[in-house]
Design a protein around this ligand. Structure first.
Ligand code: BG6
Length: 484
């Protein structure tokens, strides 16, 4: 591992993302010894005029959340908070960033960076509208200056644009200032345990190699459900909608890992090359294979216009035009304010030819990977019903992580991804051409939704979403299975 001074600069330090995700992830890394107090310093930067202590007070509660408040933990929290310094400034002011640079340099000097390298990680927990100006400021005033090596990296969060044009513009602006290996585009789904497991599952198990194709698989579903609405984020959400918020990024990334060919090696570039090929093979979306919904009461939010056409639910069938997947529907489904909170992948196999047991009615083999909550993988199989009769029943081969890996803590997505950034591993980050290919798939449809050509169907909060989505699922070939 690299040594030397590490400065982590959280821009937008007083915002929601920083408080809820970035600082808690940094704290967890600190507790596990990945951030050493003799090397690391954390800087918060934002416009709000507050002191170091005020920032620490704002963060403290989020670090403790869900952990119980033992005196040991509180001591660790205090030690961690002492590593944080606050710098106040605006996102386009030279003075602010010069001051920030001075503070970082002071820290590097005090840690004898002269004898080591200087590593500077800028985490932009900010709205994308300020990315270009912030990147320019970092480039002009805050780059690593050590002659002894080190690096400057920036981490950015979605939304990366609103469509192909705006995403390309943003990429070009950032690309003028930083090289691709310095840019870490976070899609936090790539940091989830079971998403990371997909490559291992597919390419380290002989079992799946011959089955994973159009000859054996009938359809694939990638599903995201939340049992709460846009709560407090109505303003943001209404501008984006469920396709931009979830499907174009999180679910599409999962689709890439489910559908891609085996990469040449585990090198980030090899993996990302294969993901791009999948995205480029997706056919234009067919209008008949889209159902949009909006939950009743969505427009009651004062930040949402009364006549909003924004979908809070969507089912979209994607079709991959290649040798492996021709004819297999990939059904992407995402919704807010539904009846449960769950994210899962369901790979449904074809019927058994020459079905002598007449078990078709019970359903097909289905391999389910539950990303959350309660990580699990299970395979639905038809087995003999135990007993004297020769009848069949559907049961499950079940690998539930909670039972199988008792006592193992599954790290938070953000924790892993920040550690990857420090280590310089871009495998789980979105490359520029990947982003472009992802926007190419959805942009034509998004423009038509924005123009009001597609109308979302109202659905009741707490329901399964519009009934039309279930009908689409059936038309795409999905068969409901009936378990034991
Ligand atoms: C975010 C979306 O990217 O992901 C949110 O903007 C959504 O709308 C969240 O709630 C879901 O993340 P997770 O990890 O809770 O599934």
């Amino acid at each position: 591992p690299e040594t030397g001074c590490l400065s982590i600069i959280v821009l937008g330090a007083s915002g929601d993302l920083a408080k809820k995700k970035t600082f808690p992830a940094l704290f967890n890394l600190y507790r596990q010894g990945f951030l050493q107090p003799n090397e690391v310093h954390i800087f918060g930067y934002a416009r709000t005029k507050i002191s170091d202590d005020e920032l620490r007070d704002r963060i403290r509660g989020y670090l403790i959340q869900g952990k119980g408040a033992s005196s040991e933990l509180l001591e660790e929290v205090s030690e961690f908070l002492r590593l944080i310094k606050y710098v106040c400034g605006s996102y386009d002011s030279a003075e602010g960033f010069q001051l920030l640079d001075k503070e970082i340099y002071g820290h590097e000097f005090s840690k004898n960076t002269i004898e080591g390298s200087s590593r500077r990680l800028f985490y932009l927990a900010l709205p994308p509208s300020v990315y270009p100006s912030v990147c320019k400021m970092i480039k002009n005033y805050c780059m690593n200056k050590s002659d002894l090596g080190g690096w400057t990296r920036i981490v950015v969060e979605k939304p990366f644009g609103k469509d192909l044009g705006s995403a390309e513009e943003l990429s070009a602006q950032i690309g003028e200032l930083f090289e691709e290996p310095q840019i870490y585009r976070i899609d936090h789904y790539l940091g989830k345990e079971l998403v990371q497991n997909l490559l291992v599952l597919r390419f380290a198990n002989r079992l799946f190699l011959p089955l994973w194709n159009r000859d054996n698989i009938d359809n694939v579903q990638i599903v995201f459900r939340e049992d709460f609405g846009t709560e407090g984020r109505g303003g943001y959400f209404d501008e984006y909608g469920i396709i931009r918020d979830i499907i174009q990024n999180h679910l599409l990334q999962v689709l890439c890992l489910v559908a891609m060919e085996k990469p040449v090696s585990l090198k980030p570039e090899h993996i990302r090359d294969e993901k791009v090929k999948v995205l480029q093979s997706v056919l234009p979306i067919n209008d008949h294979e889209v159902v949009l919904g909006q939950y009743k009461g969505y427009t009651d939010d004062p930040t949402v216009p009364d006549n909003s056409n924004t979908p809070t639910f969507a089912t979209v069938v994607l079709r991959i035009h290649n040798e492996r997947w021709e004819g297999v529907p990939f059904i992407m489904k995402a919704g807010k304010a539904l009846n449960s909170r769950k994210a899962e992948i369901r790979v449904q196999f074809k019927d058994v030819p020459g079905d002598i047991f007449k078990c078709k009615k019970q359903g097909r083999n289905e391999f389910v990977i539950r990303l959350q909550p309660l990580e699990a993988m299970y395979m639905k199989l038809t087995v003999k019903q135990p007993g004297l009769e020769m009848s069949t029943v559907q049961s499950e081969l079940d690998l539930s992580y909670g039972q199988r890996y008792q006592g193992v803590t599954i790290p938070e997505a953000y924790e892993r991804l920040i550690l990857d950034t420090i280590r310089g591993d871009q495998q789980h980050f979105v490359r520029r051409d990947e982003l472009k290919a992802a926007w190419e798939i959805f942009t034509p449809m998004l423009h038509r939704i924005d123009n009001g050509e597609f109308k979302p169907i109202p659905y009741l909060p707490g329901s399964r979403g519009p009934a039309e989505a279930d009908q689409l699922l059936e038309r795409a070939g999905y068969v409901q299975t009936h378990g034991y």
